[in-house]
Design a protein around this ligand. Structure first.
Ligand code: HDE
Length: 663
């Protein structure tokens, strides 16, 4: 983390090391295990102030969880722009390549509550707080570039449909239920985002491998006052990978913390995840050059038409010290912007600008949430705002108003030329109306564009995603209505899902007639580096320490995470050994598997490890001695991505692809 934010947080960090226990009023505590009572077996006394304070504080430890995005995990990092972008913007952090800007990122799921599993099918939040020298810029985006609705007034309806149903509070963490699919069918603007969520994008493998999108159109404004429309992107340098649904479901039980653990451990190990900041820029005179409205948040700007310029890099390099104090109390807000950035008239964005401060007041208990350490800017804050719950500053002086003569008119305002924020002077006129623009009413073309751009396995997974989710609905009417919507996008999708969920294939083919594709939509466009992947080595019988060490050496050379998994833990050296057993580990927790055997009968869990790795299309290496033992297992040893080898280096070749869909 860059120093400014780190120094600021260090100042408030508190350690108990070598300290005596006190009450919150600083009185040293002599007894912390027995309350004050009358005699050894008598009643407790109210005057035990330490007991009263301890229990009072405990009773109030919880704050309301976020209405949406309750389940999340964050980390600190930094950002550096590659080149001076003053052509587009006056923002200080985008025009000074020599500067590193501290930042904080929180990833989240949308639907589930705070304790829900990480690997559910859902959109992921990707919120970034930049602590720039000119104040805080929050880029509060998602891992999917579009949103379910076009106007903020529909957000409570969407979320009420998405969340567990109110009469029985089920299901937790997912959208596979009647109210969500009823909303989908009755609100066709949700079609495009639903197609993304049902594809592999809805079940990312980890947080390190998600793209990030600002979703809305923003403006960049340069020092001459020229403005450009912009969409923000985060491009992961770790590649882009997803789970398969069966694997994701098993992981709900095997490791509810699968995503947060991956991020936490990568950072602890010094394997810092990185993303490049991407900009798509549309000049004002191009605003109406497209067959979609650039203010519509249910539309992408296809990257083949409007290329993404990669302008800087973010590195996440420090875990938080305390999850509640930092991650839980982080208050993001799309309205936190800095000079050089401004809003567009996207009606969803405009509504968000209103919502986020409201939610912080409920969640964080008052208007002073910006004073909480994680939310404090790194530059100084001075104004005439005073008092309120949880005020932590001690504001000096007689004067708290503007303008004043008693304090020399301080704090004083700053003109734009010297860094004062001035809103872009867009000319706007019109009647007051409540009406959706006609230009927002094409709900299906880009859903079709997305499906056209997928590879065949990706398309098949999307069919499976829809089939599972719609299939879980109880109402046949809802299922039929949902399939009728799919029929307006893609006939094959509608036919296959209808068959899988047991409803009628709509009589008429109403699909969008278009072969248009965007080459950047398939996940396979990303190179996937070997480093950072994981290998389980299933040890069947007695394998020499030297053999295990030679495998460990290869893994370390290639920065692979690994674990030897055996029937019993075993110490084979000082640093590593057989640390996992078939009870503690599971093939879904790893990206690949190597089976080593001494030739003895294959243990049932080893066979299960091999079968599940095979089923989930992951690289599988089987030693020569294990090959014959696995003859009866449910897998084909000559299938793509299965290697019979005793050479530890085969792992490099095996990761030629992260998943072998043609298996
Ligand atoms: Fe949010 N959203 N949202 N949202 N959102 C919240 O703010 C809201 C929307 C997003 O890690 C809440 O502090 C409205 C789009 C993320 O802390 C709340 C509308 C996008 C996070 C809220 C939207 C997002 C939130 C809940 C429609 C992607 C988590 C707690 C106008 C571009 C941030 C909180 C974190 C959180 C309201 C739509 C992303 C209730 C009214 C579109 C990543 O204020």
């Amino acid at each position: 983390m860059s120093n400014k934010k780190k120094d600021q947080l260090n100042e408030v960090e508190k350690s108990n090391d070598d300290k005596v226990m006190t009450t919150n009023n600083g009185v040293k505590v002599s007894e912390d295990e027995n309350t004050l009572t009358v005699g050894e077996r008598g009643p407790s006394l109210l005057e035990d102030f330490h007991f009263r304070e301890k229990i009072m504080h405990f009773d109030h430890e919880r704050i309301p969880e976020r209405v949406v995005h309750a389940r999340g995990f964050g980390a600190h990092g930094e950002f550096q722009v590659y080149e001076d972008l003053s052509k587009y913007t006056s923002a200080d952090f985008l025009t000074h390549p020599e500067k590193t800007t501290p930042l904080f990122v929180r990833f989240s799921t949308v639907q589930g509550s705070k304790g829900s599993p990480d690997t559910v099918r859902d959109v992921r939040g990707f919120a970034t707080k930049f602590y720039t020298d000119e104040g805080i810029f929050d880029l509060v985006g998602n891992d999917i570039p579009v949103f379910f609705i076009q106007d903020a007034i529909k957000f409570p309806d969407l979320i009420h449909a998405v969340k567990p149903e109110p009469h029985n509070e089920m299901p937790q963490g997912g959208t596979a239920h009647d109210t969500f699919w009823d909303f989908f069918a009755q609100n066709p603007e949700s079609t495009h985002t639903a197609v993304w969520a049902m594809s592999d994008r809805g079940i990312p493998k980890d947080f390190r491998q998600v793209e990030g999108f600002g979703v809305h159109t923003f403006r960049l404004v340069n020092s001459e006052g020229q403005s450009y429309f912009v969409k923000f992107h985060w491009k992961p340098l770790q590649g882009l990978e997803s789970l398969v649904w069966d694997e994701a479901q098993i992981l709900h039980g095997k490791d509810v913390d699968f995503h947060r653990k991956d991020l936490y451990e990568s950072i602890e190990k010094g394997d810092y995840p990185e993303w490049e900041l991407g900009l798509q820029i549309i000049r004002p005179e191009q605003e109406f050059d497209f067959d979609f409205d650039i203010l519509d948040p249910t539309k992408i700007w296809p990257e083949d038409d409007v290329p993404v310029q990669r302008v800087g890099k973010m590195t996440l390099n420090q875990n938080v010290t305390n999850v509640f104090d930092e991650t839980e109390q982080a208050a993001f807000h799309p309205g936190h912007i800095v000079p050089g950035i401004d809003f567009s008239n996207d009606p969803l964005l405009q509504g968000r600008l209103f919502s986020y401060t409201d939610t912080q007041i409920t969640r964080l208990g008052g208007p002073n949430f910006n004073q909480i350490p994680i939310n404090r800017p790194v530059n100084e804050v001075h104004n005439n705002q005073r008092e309120g719950m949880h005020q932590t500053s001690v504001n000096k002086g007689q004067v708290a108003y503007h303008k004043n003569a008693l304090n020399n008119n301080d704090p004083h305002t700053t003109p734009k030329e010297e860094g004062g924020y001035e809103h872009y002077q867009e000319k706007v006129e019109g009647r007051k109306i409540q009406k959706r623009s006609e230009s927002f009413k094409d709900y299906y073309s880009q859903a079709k564009l997305y499906l056209n751009s997928l590879t065949q396995p990706e398309f098949d997974h999307t069919v499976d995603g829809f089939s599972f989710e719609i299939g879980m609905c109880k109402s046949v009417m809802v299922k039929q209505n949902a399939v009728n919507q799919l029929n307006k996008v893609d006939r094959t999708l509608a036919e296959r899902v209808a068959k899988n969920v047991g409803v009628e294939v709509p009589a008429e083919n109403e699909e969008v007639q278009s072969d248009a594709k965007d080459s950047k939509l398939t996940m396979e466009k990303f190179d996937i580096p070997l480093a950072g992947h994981s290998v389980a080595v299933a040890v069947n019988g007695d394998i020499s320490a030297d053999t295990l060490k030679s495998y460990a050496k290869t893994f370390t050379e290639h920065k692979l995470n690994y674990a030897f998994v055996g029937q019993h833990p075993k110490d084979i050296s000082e640093d590593y050994g057989i640390t996992e057993t078939f009870d503690t580990a599971h093939p879904t927790l790893f990206d690949s598997l190597i089976v080593l055997s001494d030739g003895s009968d294959i243990l049932p869990p080893v066979e299960e490890f091999a079968e599940l790795t095979y089923k989930h299309n992951k690289p599988l290496i089987v030693s020569q001695a294990a090959e014959t033992n696995l003859a009866d297992a449910k897998l084909n040893l000559t299938a793509p991505g299965v290697f019979v080898s005793d050479d530890p280096n085969t792992i490099v070749q095996a990761f030629d692809r992260a998943r072998y869909w043609d298996r």
